[in-house]
Design a protein around this ligand. Structure first.
Ligand code: NCN
Ligand code: DMD
Length: 351
């Protein structure tokens, strides 16, 4: 995809005929109508996304976008900044939370450096824009051109994965300090005050939360992003990891596969992706409700109801990995259950 307009044009509305056929088939399965609840909705959505009622299993992959944030210098996180690089490397060794959960779900993890503050890491795809983005409390995170180019490159990465056989994409991230820009994005895109969406991230002390709120307020006041212009929001108060995740959402939708969300950072990106291309919404599948403050505000704004509530707040795509098992369960229901109409409602005649 060469331009953002082209990318947006590529995202089609879901195929209504396939959805109708999938729903009809699900209604005819050996169960009371509607009794498998949201599993039934998932199948209908998948049929609309894949544009066929014949659902075939394919590869599942989580793309983890990793980057550092200039706003770290404002003292908004307690984790050392180099943990972004260390954890990105640990992804390649299979040691992180998402790696363990993805293993259980038969999901691939694809780790991408879009702006970690370190030299390129072995085994990590290098799409580094810079070693960390600008400090949003004092300047834009990046230029509009950088945001647009990274958005397109990330969308193209997602499209290439689909061309190589991936049929379900999940989003994940790594970025010490990234709950600060994400809170700014959620605040702007939902019209909610920062104090209602700024949370503790990775264990920020609650008695210093007022400082993190003040930094988000300062970022918004200094950059004045236009809430109607998603790219402006990303460039001014986002970060490279957040642009990367948004690009994967747009690219995955353009390539016609479902996008499984993860935690708070993914909600901020989904909000901006829907602002850039409202049709993306139909391709999104929520996973869990992150424990991060602001999660309910963001999800409610998009009318997305998470499947799971596990009090998780790790990020990395950990919730997406678990939700992919729910998608597999929905497909298994659709493919393996007997039909109401067959001779499945009779007992064998006694010999
Ligand atoms: O996924 C979530 O909802 C989530 C909530 C809080 C923190 N995190 C992770 O923790 C890091 C950001 O936290 P912080 O405190 O450094 O802004 C980043 O690497 C995220 O992956 C993730
Ligand atoms: C150890 C650790 C792992 C993470 N994964 C995502 N964010 C993280 C933050 C920390 C601190």
């Amino acid at each position: 995809m060469h331009s953002l307009d082209q990318l947006i044009d590529q995202i089609k509305p879901l195929d209504q005929e396939s959805m109708k056929q999938a729903k009809h088939r699900t209604d005819g399965l050996l169960k009371p109508l509607g009794s498998l609840g949201r599993l039934e909705d998932i199948v209908t959505q998948l049929a609309g996304i894949y544009r066929t009622p014949e659902l075939k299993p394919g590869r599942k992959q989580i793309i983890v976008m990793a980057a550092d944030h200039g706003v770290f210098d404002e003292g908004i996180a307690v984790t050392p900044k180099n943990v972004t690089a260390i954890q990105a490397f640990n992804m390649t060794r299979g040691l992180t939370g998402v790696c363990a959960l993805a293993h259980a779900a038969g999901v691939e993890v694809n780790i991408v450096d879009v702006g970690i503050d370190c030299d390129p890491l072995p085994g990590v795809l290098n799409m580094k824009v810079a070693r960390g983005c600008g400090n949003i409390a004092r300047e834009p995170a990046m230029t509009r051109e950088q945001a647009e180019q990274l958005l397109l490159a990330s969308a193209n990465l997602a499209i290439a994965q689909v061309a190589n056989g991936v049929s379900v994409l999940g989003v994940g991230e790594l970025g010490i300090g990234n709950t600060t820009p994400a809170a700014a994005m959620v605040s702007i895109l939902t019209g909610t005050k920062p104090e209602q969406v700024v949370g503790l991230g990775a264990n920020f002390p609650s008695d210093r939360l007022h400082h993190k709120i003040a930094v988000v307020e300062q970022a918004i006041a200094c950059n004045r992003p236009d809430p109607n212009d998603g790219l402006d929001v990303l460039a001014k108060v986002g970060g490279f990891d957040l642009v990367g995740m948004t690009g994967v959402m747009l690219g995955g939708a353009a390539a016609g596969v479902p996008i499984v969300l993860d935690g708070f950072l993914s909600y901020a990106c989904a909000l901006v992706a829907c602002r850039i291309a409202p049709q993306v919404w139909h391709y999104l599948l929520p996973s869990h409700l992150s424990a991060e403050k602001g999660s309910c505000v963001a999800l409610a704004h998009m009318d997305l109801k998470p499947f799971l509530q596990l009090e998780m707040r790790l990020g990395e795509g950990s919730g997406a990995a678990i939700a992919m098992q729910i998608i597999d369960s929905a497909c298994s229901m659709y493919q393996r259950m007997g039909k109401l109409a067959d001779d499945n409602l009779v007992l064998p005649t006694p010999a």
